[in-house]
Design a protein around this ligand. Sequence first.
Ligand SMILES: Nc1ncnc2c1ncn2[C@@H]1O[C@H](COP(=O)(O)OP(=O)(O)O)[C@@H](O)[C@H]1O
Ligand SMILES: [Mg+2]
Length: 269
Amino acid sequence: MSNKNANSRLPRAKGIEMATYYAPKDCVKKVKRIVLPPMNRQIVEEFLVILGMKERFIQYDVPIPNKVVMYGPPGTGKTLTAFYIATRLEVPLLLVRLDAIIHSHLGETASNVRKIFEYAKAMPCVLFLDEFDAIARTRENNDEVKEMARVVNTLLQCLDEFEGESILIAATNLQEELDNAIWRRFDTKMTYSLPDEDSRNEYIKLLIGDFEQKGDILNTTSELLEECSFADIEQIILKAKRKAIIEDSPLCPTHIDIAFKEYMPRLRE
Ligand SMILES: Nc1ncnc2c1ncn2[C@@H]1O[C@H](COP(=O)(O)OP(=O)(O)O)[C@@H](O)[C@H]1O
Ligand SMILES: [Mg+2]
């Protein structure tokens, strides 16, 4: 199977044009570095171990997990983890933004959801449903109540029937928006939060790498970026490195300081 352009939308099956296809080698590229806090690391590793010993589970008649829901603030690694899991499994990732599906044609949402699940059934992959709360919103909160209820029912059915080689991963920033009936159907749940001190330091070290530096970069950066997400930390450090390169100087705390002020991350309230 050849796939020249990593990010091209590949309408590989009619009706799933709203999905973006990432071949295994594109998933590898997405995951240059990942910091998983111990709990999430353990959940992911156990999940992969189980998938690697399926026969045992079949023998004991214990179902094999295949549905992960991830929730937590933006920029904390939900999408990244999905690419990481696809990389480890050496399968492609099919990314679908549920809000996009709904906003295009609400009337066709249920049938689009079905098509996506059928596709994942036919081809082993990680089916990554992003902005999952868009579809799984509690019924009473919605304007187009009837249509959404139909979509939710379709989704419940698809979740129940989801089996085979593929893995479903759903991600949301808004856990409380999820319908309880949907929530219950996931066998694996992962919570994401802003990095704690250990994760932050680990990530800062990874990002700075062997870039030439001056002064106590690690500690100043770690303190300054205390309220930031992983994604913010990445952007600020890259900005600081650019400044150092332009000045042909080692990376110093001032670069980080200025980059932080320019970038203006939205900090937690
Ligand atoms: N836990 C993490 N470890 C390493 N990098 C991360 C992590 N979380 C976020 N990032 C960086 O921020 C970017 C956006 O993160 P993403 O996974 O899309 O966040 P989310 O899906 O939770 O909103 C990633 O591509 C990566 O560069
Ligand atoms: Mg995401």
